[in-house]
Structure formats: structure tokens, C-alpha cells
Design a protein around this ligand. Structure first.
Ligand code: KG4
Ligand code: ZN
Length: 339
């Protein structure tokens, strides 16, 4: 298990903190945020290694690992923040979208803590949580702004009017941008999840070496499945030694096509909304070329792009809390429509 921690911030909490939990996919995460939005700790235990040999997340394996990790990860987040369960005044937890079995581990843990301590529980939407990574102090972003949310499961163009949610202006019609990165990485023989590895490999390649199509759709929607097929054909045409020699060029050209599509859509959306600010969140917001291509945009902090619980606790400040006993009946949801 890989673990990273944000370290301790210097802000007081007056015995009032929000505990955030995130278990929607293959990261078991817990974080502590103060009611005024300062991050006190963030622990992420990634299961990526466990799923690598399957080339993707195996839901049953993920659920079982979450069960093993959820308590030690919560303990580590509290310890790292220098607080105890007595200081927790609100529990925020991802309710969906994601893998149902995985979500239920976090949701059950949150219910148990809230019930045992007589606390309120704030169910949080994972996508709203990604956006809420921008609301942490000391540099919190104030809506309105136009936002690209690009992760492994979703790619959305959003108008954010206030901190409690967003309006969807466009979305991918097939693969998510992160999925396109992961599938591309797989075709190039990189590990899973391959986005970050492809990003690193692309740094040594020529982005103009191959010409990959960027789908042109009306409106603000996106599509990545044609791009993936184009990479497949390009790879097939090369012999093994040729592929080895051109791998970095392929990665750079493929990444360039994805980044172009994302930047194009975000800029087109900004023209529609008339907002002054662009923002980018989600795992793909960690991509170095995307960050360089949008110098004027606000990006989620690097450590809070891929899944984490700091963003969940942050969203928990603006989500409606459910009092006891209503939250004991809360269910997880797998897809966004069900929210
Ligand atoms: O937000 P996230 O952690 O999980 C979901 O909610 O889906 O996003 C994970 C996705 C994966 O597809 C991963 O390959 C991609 O984000 N990703 C990247 C980079 N780091 C993570 N894609 C491109 N470049 C990166 N540096
Ligand atoms: Zn996510």
C-alpha cells in the first residue's frame, strides 16, 4: 500500500473538525479539514499495485482491501492532524458515483462513527468533491467559474455557480479522458493506471511525430474512443523494435491530442459562460502538459487531483448534513444519474 500525507498545518480547530472519507474506487482515503476550510491531514492508501496484474480495478478485491484499510487510514488521518474522534463534529463521506461495494465500506464506516458519537453525516457526491478540491484555504476559489472535471470515470465541462454544486454543459460521449490515458498506456505496454506513466514517457517524445484525430463534436461534448483506435492502429503497424524506438513519440502525440481536445472544450465553454475564471480538477488535472497548456487556469493542488478525502471533507462543508437516524438508511449509488 502506498501512503501519502499532507503533513500538519498550523491552524487551530477549537475541537471542531470535519472527517472526510473516500472509498469510491481503489483509494482508501481519510482527511481532516477545519470548518473554515483548512486542511489538517490527508491520508491516501492506494491499492493500485494490487490491481496492476489484472490491468484494471477488480471490484471485489477493492472492497475487501477497503475493509482492511479503512480503520488504520482513519486513525492515521486523525493522528496526523493531532486530533481524536472527540474533536469530530461532522463526518463527510462519498456516497457515489463509484463501485457500490467499495462505496459501502466508507459509507458504513461513516455511519458507524457518526452514530456512535451522535454526529451529523454529510453524504457527498464524488464529482462535487473533485470540484471542492478548489475550495480549501488559504487559496480557496470563489465561484462563478467554468470547470473541466477530467478523471478516470468522468469527463465533464461545468459551469460552477456556487459551492454546493454545478451545471453540466458538456460531457464525453464514450471514454473518459483518464480512461483514454489508461487505455493508451496499456497499448504502449505501460502499467496500470497508466496516465501518470504516459505523462512521464511523453516528456521524452515528439508530440508532432504522429497525427492523431481529435473528434469534432457539436456543442461542448467530447469523444475519445476514435483516438484510442487510432493509437491501436499506429501500434499495430510497428514491429516490436520499432515500437520500442517510437514509444515516447507515440505517448507524446497521443497525449497532445487528448490535451488539445480538453483545452479546446474548456476554452469554448468559457466563451459560452462569460466567466472570468477557468479551473481544472480530477485525476487528469495532474497531467503536466495540460497544466502547462492552461497557464491562466486554476488547477486543483497536485496532491488533490487524483482521489483523496481532503476534497470530500471540503465538499462536506457545503453539503446538506443528514441528522440521526435518517442517515442510517442512506444507500450508495453507482452512477451519476442516480444522485
Ligand atoms: O480522479 P481519479 O483519481 O479517479 C476517478 O475518479 O476516476 O482519476 C484517475 C485517472 C486515471 O485514469 C489516471 O490515469 C489519471 O487520472 N491520471 C493522469 C495523470 N495522473 C492520473 N492522467 C494523465 N496524466 C497524469 N499525470
Ligand atoms: Zn475521482
Amino acid at each position: 500500500m502506498g501512503e501519502r500525507s499532507s503533513g500538519r498545518a498550523k491552524h487551530g480547530h477549537n475541537g471542531q473538525i470535519i472527517l472526510g472519507l473516500e472509498t469510491s474506487c481503489d483509494e482508501t482515503a481519510a482527511a481532516v479539514v477545519t470548518p473554515d476550510g483548512h486542511l489538517r491531514s490527508s491520508i491516501v492508501a492506494s491499492q493500485a499495485e494490487l490491481h496492476t496484474r489484472y490491468g484494471g480495478v477488480v471490484p471485489e478485491v477493492a472492497s475487501r482491501r477497503h475493509l482492511e484499510l479503512v480503520q488504520p487510514v482513519i486513525r492515521a488521518a486523525l493522528d496526523d492532524a493531532g486530533v481524536g474522534l472527540d474533536d469530530v463534529t461532522r463526518v463527510a463521506v462519498t456516497r457515489g458515483p463509484g463501485l457500490i461495494g467499495a462505496l459501502l465500506v466508507g459509507l458504513s464506516a461513516a455511519k458507524a462513527i457518526a452514530w456512535a458519537r451522535g454526529l451529523e453525516l454529510a453524504p457527498v457526491d464524488h464529482l462535487r468533491a473533485h470540484v471542492a478540491a478548489l475550495y480549501l484555504e488559504p487559496d480557496a476559489l470563489e465561484p462563478p467559474f467554468t470547470c473541466l472535471l477530467a478523471s478516470g470515470g468522468h469527463t465533464l465541462v461545468l459551469a460552477v455557480h456556487d459551492r454546493s454544486g454545478f451545471e453540466i454543459l458538456g460531457s464525453t460521449l464514450d471514454d473518459a479522458a483518464g480512461e483514454a490515458f489508461d487505455k493508451g498506456a496499456r497499448l504502449l505496454g505501460l502499467g496500470y493506471p497508466g496516465g501518470a506513466e504516459l505523462d512521464r514517457l511523453a516528456a521524452d517524445g515528439d508530440p508532432d511525430a504522429f497525427s492523431f484525430p481529435v473528434a469534432r463534436l457539436p456543442g461542448l461534448d467530447l469523444s475519445f474512443s476514435g483516438l484510442k483506435t487510432a493509437l491501436l492502429y499506429a501500434v499495430r503497424e510497428l514491429s516490436e523494435p520499432e515500437l520500442d524506438a517510437r514509444r515516447a513519440d507515440l505517448a507524446a502525440s497521443y497525449q497532445r491530442a487528448i490535451v488539445r481536445a480538453l483545452v479546446g472544450r474548456l476554452e469554448a465553454a468559457l466563451a459560452v459562460t462569460g466567466h472570468e475564471t477557468m479551473a481544472v480538477v480530477g485525476g487528469v488535472a495532474a497531467n503536466s502538459e495540460l497544466r502547462e497548456s492552461l497557464p491562466a487556469a486554476r488547477f486543483a493542488p497536485l496532491a488533490l487531483c487524483t482521489d483523496n478525502a481532503a476534497m470530500v471533507a471540503s465538499a462536506g462543508r457545503f453539503a446538506e448534513a443528514v441528522p440521526l437516524p435518517g442517515y442510517l438508511g442512506l444507500d450508495a449509488y453507482a452512477s451519476y444519474d442516480a444522485s
